[in-house]
Design a protein around this ligand. Sequence first.
Ligand code: HEM
Length: 530
Amino acid sequence: MLWFSSINLPGNPRNKTALKPGHSLMDWIRLGNSGTDLTGTGGRVQPVSHAELAKHDRVDDAWMAIRGKVYNVTRYMNFHPGGADELIRGIGKDATKLFEEVHAWVNYESLLAKCYVGPLRNTVTDGQPGSEGPAVSIVNSGSDDSLKLSVPIVPRFDWIQKTSELTLIFYTRSLANPGVIVQCVDHLEVAVTLLLEASVEHRYRFHLTNNVQWPCTARTSLETGKIELMFTKLCPALWTSYGQMTYERCENCEMQLHEYDVATRVEITHDSCALLLRPKNNCLLQVTPVGYHVSVSASIEGGEYVSRSYTPVPAGWITTDCPATSVPLLVKSYQDGCLSKQLTRPAPLATSLQLSQPSGNFALSKLRHHNRFALLAAGSGLTPMLALLDYLLDRTSNRIEHICLLYFNKTEADIWCRERLENLCKKDKRFILRHILSESTLPDSSSSPSATTPLSVVLPQIDGSSDGENQASYAHGRISLDIVRQLTTQCSPLYASYCCLCGPKPFNELCLQYFRETDHNPNHLHCFQG
Ligand code: HEM
């Protein structure tokens, strides 16, 4: 069984290197599409032995194996956001473990699609011989759904119409957690990309019978896997067909980037902002799967490029008025974070950004059989929890018994989405909200009976029969083994059979260590990183 192994905790938790002009993600993609042979082998895919791999261990001739696939990373050196020195640590060998330790979430298959040399001989992926397997890996028990997930999803297309509306429908699979990218080429031509499994894209191109308006409305039902794209017809009429469509299944497709700018920026705390990113040509609509992130890159003051991963949040958590094409982000400005400072500074708003399509490794289907959850978030680690909360509380099959969000911050002033979280708590008794503050006294308004008690000892009691109003409670403290024990002990009222955590690396590391010290099933734990 795989289990969590140690994660590097460098002094600087984000060893991000600014990339020289001409070395942005966009430039890398351009190079990949330029026809240049990035494999160095003429593009001929051939199995690579460990001995052969070991020969390519120089900066000017650098091969690297990740999860059984060998890539020539020579040309990627100066494009690597972590810097060439870091990338060099993995060359000439099977770097799976190293790669997973640093950034398991990075979509290397897309980024290096044009650098693929061939399969590593005698290697099977995922922790089997030849590969040390992922450092942070949550393995399913036989009864879970990951086995089913390995069967490729073949989406089924259908359409329906009203006089004024055309709906394109894609049936995927229950809990497939799809990503959707819709591009409007003009009023007749629409391109739809479905992201259903890692490194596979389902690309549809529609030539419609008649003109439609843009943008469309996208509706995805996570429980059924049904995706609906609703278009308003420019001239109301019933059509005899939707038009024509071509379909292509694309494996190991190269990463796509799109130009965005910051359309709206609202301060939410003393050092954080809610942003609405708007596609530059306004002809793009992107739906992010629950728990997935996008990579945002920008040129700093017209020079070096920096990229950073962010998890888009459901619009309802930051505004009641969000255009369908916007990507909503919550961004904390870090002292040494040149990108976050640029994104959150008051003016000018229209920073030019490049946004990747969503990527991630969160399998929603693993949550299917659980109905008691604990979410442990620290600071900006709240972001993946918001979409998860929306989905879980709305879920109709295997209705949720309770979800406990433990939200760790330094002070009250650092809490994100406080009002909305607390309103949700009042509205839905199944949602338990506990703020844990490490550096401040507790708010006077706190009505928690345990407000003055260190949280390491007491978590709020849940009493399903209580008629009292469900309220957020506050405590002073930090993550501790006691807290994790209270969440993982079966007789505890807060017992959660599935736990998710997200925060800065030291927080994640500590949580993982505490979980290891309990009997909690590691298959029932997900750590969002990035
Ligand atoms: C195996 C050797 C590698 C090492 C030691 C390494 C190290 C690092 C480090 C230290 C960072 C900065 C981490 C952070 O921001 O938190 C980074 C970022 C990054 N690396 Fe690597 N890297 C390796 C391989 C690769 C490969 C093969 C790719 C593939 C395509 C890649 C793509 C990236 C990307 C996209 C980022 C930015 C991540 C983000 O914004 O979240 N790295 N890398």
